[in-house]
Design a protein around this ligand. Structure first.
Ligand SMILES: *Cc1c(COP(=O)(O)O)cnc(C)c1O
Length: 432
């Protein structure tokens, strides 16, 4: 009888999984082209042609606009910067409320705090992990100004319902599509479906330039404000003749500028996006087909009329069937598997849950951001926030992994499946 690795048996596999590396000769050439030019960035923070960036930055923006069929693409140095600029461009002010998912990267919510606004956390959908529209609607108050929707794991939010809700309550919609570049809802790309959308180009994402982000919008006025915030707005407002409150509000600029080097690399990565996406989708199809035979696991559903970018492959665990807790099951599967090369060198890319629900972070629990500000403008008590679905998913049900990334071969995924199957077949051994 074989023994589980967690009980001292042999692992299903010890040889590391292949590296996740999407950078090739094309990116190398692009980077060299910029280095040889000596112009690593040509931005000027004064009113000048170069206020909008250098040739690579501007070429990337035009190419992104055409690839995503959107009027304006604005490059920035991270998706975090993009989220911050979006909140600023929309005119959010101190004391306003922004409804946001608690199950996302922390910057989706801090974007509110930067402008003195209060993040209000709503629950998520059990099947798709995006904001639950019913709970969002229940949390709208006269102070609510915007909703930050996250296309989490690469799945699409409830597009049409949120568009209607925003219209009904006159709210702005920001779409954090950091995890979902290049997939569609009906005929439109995710990220282009709201007032402002944001993508990430950090090392972990579908395509990357080390660091970087892209903002998209179809609104000319918002686009101009985003470009101003990106590059020291206050320094050029006079030269542009801006002087009314409406024109000056939130036009305190930052330096969110992308370098020519990152732009040149991203231009090459953008060309590879369709094939990188297809590889993730094919790998997920392959894994779903095999893993669904394990009775305590449930494969993800994809929302109607939507594609899925599979930044993460989310599974759900049924403890009633397994008769052990999810965490024990996952601990056992992890022990059967090797680390992955290059990225997260020492880690098995499998975990229980995703990030801790954001309202449980100390800054919210203790209501300390910039000292007491901005929480002193609100009586929200995050120790009383209850989002039952997010807590159930995080603490008991959801399993996330990244074994579907490009570079994983069928034989690699077969080992992943073998580890799950082995633990399922020995599930009795985990019970005592
Ligand atoms: C990665 C990520 C971000 C932040 O991206 P950066 O480019 O690292 O700032 C924001 N939101 C979500 C959902 C993300 O996954």
């Amino acid at each position: 009888m074989t023994k589980l690795a967690i009980h001292g048996g042999e692992k299903v596999r010890s040889r590391p999984f292949p590296a996740y590396n999407t950078i090739g000769e094309e990116e190398e050439e692009a980077a060299l082209r910029v280095l040889r030019s000596g112009k690593l960035s040509t931005y000027l923070g004064t009113w000048h042609d170069d206020f909008y960036g250098g040739t690579e930055v501007q070429a990337l923006e035009r190419e992104w606009e055409s690839a995503f069929k959107v009027k304006h693409a604005i490059s920035v140095n991270s998706a975090t910067s993009g989220l911050y600029a979006a909140v600023g461009a929309l005119g959010i002010e101190a004391g306003d409320e922004i409804i946001v998912s608690p199950y996302t990267m922390s910057a989706s919510a801090t974007a509110a705090l930067i402008y003195g606004a209060i993040p209000i956390f709503a629950d998520i959908e059990e099947e798709f992990y995006c904001l639950d529209i019913k709970d969002v609607e229940a949390k709208i108050t006269p102070k609510t100004k915007a909703i930050i929707i996250v296309d989490i794991f690469g799945g699409v939010h409830d597009v049409e319902a949120f568009a209607l809700l925003a219209k009904k309550h006159n709210l702005a919609l920001i779409e954090d599509s950091a995890q979902a570049p290049g997939v569609k809802y009906k005929d439109n790309f995710i990220g282009t479906l709201c007032d402002i959308g944001i993508y990430s180009l950090n090392y972990h994402k579908h395509i990357h330039a080390g660091e970087g982000g892209m903002i998209v919008t179809n609104d000319d006025v918002l686009a101009q404000k985003l470009r101003l915030i990106r590059n020291h707005a206050e320094a050029v407002l006079g030269a542009k003749g801006y002087e009314t409150r409406e024109e000056l509000h939130n036009m305190v600029g930052y330096n969110y500028r992308m370098t020519e080097l990152e732009a040149a690399i991203t231009r090459e990565q953008l060309k590879k996006l369709p094939q990188l996406m297809q590889a993730r989708q094919n790998n997920v199809t392959y894994l779903n087909e095999k893993l669904k035979q394990i009775p305590c696991l449930k494969m993800p559903r994809i929302r109607e009329n939507s594609e899925h970018a599979f930044y993460i492959h989310p599974l759900q665990f049924d403890a009633d069937i397994a008769q052990v807790h999810r965490n024990l099951f996952i601990d056992a599967v992890k022990k059967e598997l090797p680390r992955t090369l290059l990225r997260e060198e020492s880690e098995v890319l499998l975990s229980y849950g995703y990030v801790k629900p954001l309202y449980l972070l100390p800054i919210y629990q203790e209501r300390i951001a910039f000292g007491e500000y901005p929480f002193n403008l609100s009586d929200v008590d995050y120790t009383k926030v209850k989002c039952p679905v997010v807590e159930e998913m995080h603490f008991h049900t959801l399993i996330t992994h990244e074994f579907m990334r490009p570079g994983m071969l069928k034989e690699d995924m077969d080992d992943v499946v073998a580890a799950f199957v082995k633990v399922w077949e020995h599930i009795d051994d985990l019970r005592d």
